[in-house]
Every structure is written in structure tokens, then in C-alpha cells.
Design a protein around this ligand. Structure first.
Ligand code: IMP
Length: 431
């Protein structure tokens, strides 16, 4: 048996989808455990691009079973849309390959509307949410007034909860934000119809997971967002509304910590962030523009341009601590080809003091200035390299410097968007 958790080590968009898709070749199960369709995974297989927001990345791998656990928030309209797309592509032949927890909470139309209305109202303090209703849906879950996937299959319960909740939601939408109310009757009819579409996929995913682990299967847990968007460990309040760190697997999928074998942290070879909030190594100048253009840094979910900057050891060391990384994957190393020097923050300076550990407060992170070390760059195109030894000397030095600063081995290196454009330094999870 082997179970591996793959999580983002930065602010999301680290390229988890590509790594997970490539590891999924040897996985029996791929499991989503948090977040919702705020995630966006672009997968390129045989030159064909598929963007998934909710469905686990393993779906493109024939034979893999994909679970959406109870910790995920599910927009049923998005689920059905992705379902239609993957069925049309001939990717999903059997509902048994995609199982959705009946306990997962549902994102409803008012969550989406309130997410947008509230973030607009925050003005210059806007979080820059993806506008997918994630925060409001998690709020209702924690406030114990949410609707769960299984409720969509029971029109009696559904009507009762919808009617009870609608008064409050429509009051806030119309009276606080001046938005139009949600038509509850139409929403009810839609949800009953959506429930029928979802029904063949709804399951007790925890049982499937337990059986798979007992049977010695390979289980891959696919994180969404990233460590610094975690509600507890991230740059609060500029975070998402779920726990994104590896520990969230236990609650979000329903598995004990003793059953997790490996934790793979995924980072880009540089750093990006979408939305508001501090980002100490952000490069607002020429370098940042160069990374954005060469790295095609536009969000897979919203199409928004990503903020770009350099790799940050304070960030990666903290991520290694809170997730317990056993190895690191570095993505998009190819993008750095062509730079004579690459700045990397080895520490921060806050109020004149040298800081190596991620501080406690947002205000300290906001005042942090990177203390850079310039590492020598390389000019060679690395996209055709498949063995670590064949990378240019300075590319290997870059990797090894990161390894020693973070004190975690870099075992996967991605040098292009395709599934095969990946270097494995040791067998990881049967790869
Ligand atoms: P929300 O998750 O839509 O509430 O957005 C909260 C913050 O998390 C915003 O800054 C978003 O840009 C960011 N965010 C959410 N999901 C992702 C993701 O998958 N990648 C990168 N940033 C994300």
C-alpha cells in the first residue's frame, strides 16, 4: 500500500494538476479532499488540453477511480458540466470511476452571488476571490445550515432547507448589496433535476477509500489551492475558506493520519499569486513581466493575470513544516532558461531584522522585504531533458540549493507542460 498527498507549497497554481496527472498513472484512486471549483487544473495529454475544476485529475487515466470527498464544496451545475465534457471526450465510460460524497456541501446560486457581492463591497481590501461561491458555502457548512449532496436526492428535505435559508440570503442580497433576489422555486426545480444527474455518482466515499487502503491500493490525495491560501496557515484574510495543507486530507477525505505515507510539496521554480494579499518576492518590474509572459501566467479558473516573482525560501520552509513534506516537486523549471542570474529569497528583512521563519502576523508579512541571493542561470532549453544528470550544471545547482535551504529532497522536476516532460529522481509512488 502506498498513499501520497500532493499539495501546493505556495499560493496555488503550482502545477499540481500536471504532477498529479503524471502520478495518477500509477494510482488506483485519486481523491479530492478540500476546495471546490475555485481550483483549475490544466492537463495536457497527447497535445490535447483539458481543464478540470472539480473532477480529480486522475479521471484522464483509464481505470483510475476518482473520489470527491466530504471536505469538498460542490457546485452541482459545474459538476454536471464537467461530467458532460468528460463523457463527450470519451474519458468517463463508467460512473464507478467517479464517486461523489453525499456528505459534500453544495454551492448554491446565492453563494455565488454573495461571494461576488461581498468581495466587491470590500473594495480596496478585496480578497479577489474566484467568485465561485466557495467562502459562503463553507460558511453555511460551519454554521450548520448547509445543504449536502445527499439532500439533493430528497426533494422533501431540499425544499424545507431551501425555503428556510432563502429568506436570509435574499435579504442580504437585496437589502445589503442591492442585488436581485434568487428565485427559490426555479432553484428548487433546477436542484431536483441536477440531483437526478448526480445520483449515479453519489456514494459513501470514505468506505471506498478504506477498502482501497486495506486492499493495498495506491491512493493519491490531490490538494487544491496552496499552503498560503490555507484558512489557518495562510496569509489570512487573503486566503480561501478551507484548509489546504496535507492534514486536511484526514478530515476532508475521512482517513486517519497513520494511513498517510508520503507528502509531496509542489512548487513552481518561481512564485505566482492571484488575488489580493502580501507577496514579498513579487517582481513588479521587467523580471515579473518576463515570468508572466514566458510562463503564460493566467489563471485556469478566472483567466486573471497572475502576479509573478521569485522563489522564496521563507515560504517553502514554512510549507515544509506545516505539511511535513517528504519530497518536493519543482515545476516550470524550463521557464527560467535564458536568465543570466536568478534571484532567490533566502530570508526576509522585517523592520531591519533578518527573519528566516515565516512570521505570525499578516502585518509582518506585509512589511517583509526579500533578502536575495542571486544564483547563476543557464541558457539551454531544458524541455527535452529526461534524466537529472542531463540538466545544465547551473539548473542542477539551482535545484540542489533549494533542497539544502528547505531541507527536503527535490524528487520531481517538471520541464514542460506535457505528461512526459517530467524528470523523476527516484521512484515515487511506483513511478
Ligand atoms: P476563493 O477560494 O474563491 O474564496 O478565493 C480566495 C483566494 O484564493 C483568492 O485570492 C483566490 O485568487 C485564491 N484562490 C482560490 N483558488 C485558487 C487556486 O486554485 N489557485 C490560485 N489561487 C486560488
Amino acid at each position: 500500500m502506498s498513499s501520497l498527498v500532493a499539495v501546493g507549497a505556495q499560493w496555488g497554481d503550482e502545477g499540481k494538476g500536471k504532477v498529479v496527472d503524471s502520478l495518477a498513472l500509477s494510482a488506483d484512486l485519486v481523491v479530492r479532499f478540500q476546495g471546490g471549483n475555485n481550483a483549475g487544473h490544466t492537463l495536457i495529454v497527447d497535445g490535447e488540453k483539458t481543464v478540470l475544476h472539480l473532477v480529480p485529475s486522475g479521471i484522464l487515466q483509464p481505470g483510475t477511480v476518482n473520489l470527491i470527498g466530504p471536505g469538498v464544496v460542490v457546485d452541482p451545475r459545474v459538476f454536471v458540466k464537467e461530467l458532460d465534457e468528460i463523457v463527450a471526450k470519451g474519458v468517463l465510460d463508467d460512473p464507478a470511476r467517479l464517486r461523489l460524497s453525499g456528505r459534500a456541501h453544495v454551492i448554491l446560486d446565492w453563494h455565488v452571488a454573495l461571494d461576488k457581492a461581498r468581495d466587491e463591497a470590500r473594495r480596496e481590501r478585496a480578497i479577489g476571490t474566484t467568485g465561485r461561491g466557495i467562502g459562503p458555502a463553507y460558511e453555511d457548512k460551519v454554521a450548520r445550515r448547509g445543504i449536502r449532496v445527499a439532500d439533493l436526492l430528497d426533494p422533501g428535505i431540499l425544499r424545507e432547507v431551501l425555503e428556510r435559508t432563502a429568506v436570509e440570503k435574499n435579504f442580504e442580497l437585496t437589502q445589503v448589496h442591492g442585488w436581485k433576489p434568487i428565485d427559490v422555486e426555479a432553484l428548487f426545480d433546477d436542484l431536483v433535476a441536477l440531483g437526478k444527474r448526480l445520483e449515479p455518482y453519489v456514494d459513501h466515499t470514505g468506505r471506498i477509500l478504506d477498502r482501497a487502503l486495506r486492499a493495498g491500493k495506491n491512493v493519491l490525495f490531490e490538494g487544491a489551492q496552496g499552503t498560503f491560501l490555507d484558512i489557518d496557515h495562510g496569509t489570512y484574510p487573503y486566503v480561501t475558506s478551507s484548509n489546504c495543507v496535507a492534514g486536511a486530507v484526514c478530515t476532508g477525505a475521512g482517513v486517519g493520519p497513520t494511513r498517510i505515507d508520503q507528502v509531496l510539496g509542489i512548487t513552481k521554480a518561481y512564485t505566482t499569486r492571484v488575488g489580493g494579499g502580501p507577496f514579498p518576492t513579487e517582481d513588479g518590474g521587467e523580471g515579473g513581466r518576463w515570468l508572466a509572459e514566458k510562463g503564460n501566467e493566467f489563471g485556469a479558473t478566472t483567466g486573471r493575470p497572475r502576479r509573478c516573482g521569485w522563489l522564496d525560501m521563507v515560504v517553502l520552509r514554512e510549507a515544509a513544516i506545516v505539511n511535513g513534506f517528504t519530497s518536493l516537486a519543482i515545476n516550470k523549471l524550463d521557464i527560467l532558461s535564458g536568465l543570466s542570474e536568478i534571484p532567490v529569497a533566502r530570508a526576509w528583512r522585517i523592520d531591519g531584522k533578518l527573519v528566516e521563519d515565516f512570521p505570525m502576523t499578516l502585518q509582518e508579512v506585509e512589511r517583509a522585504e526579500p533578502v536575495d541571493e542571486a544564483l547563476p542561470g543557464w541558457s539551454e532549453d531544458v524541455t527535452a531533458v529526461r534524466a537529472y544528470e542531463d540538466l545544465p550544471d547551473n539548473a542542477r545547482r539551482y535545484i540542489e540549493r533549494v533542497e539544502s535551504w528547505v531541507d527536503v529532497p527535490v524528487e520531481v522536476i517538471s520541464i514542460g507542460p506535457g505528461r512526459d516532460e517530467t524528470i523523476y529522481r527516484r521512484e515515487l509512488f511506483g513511478r
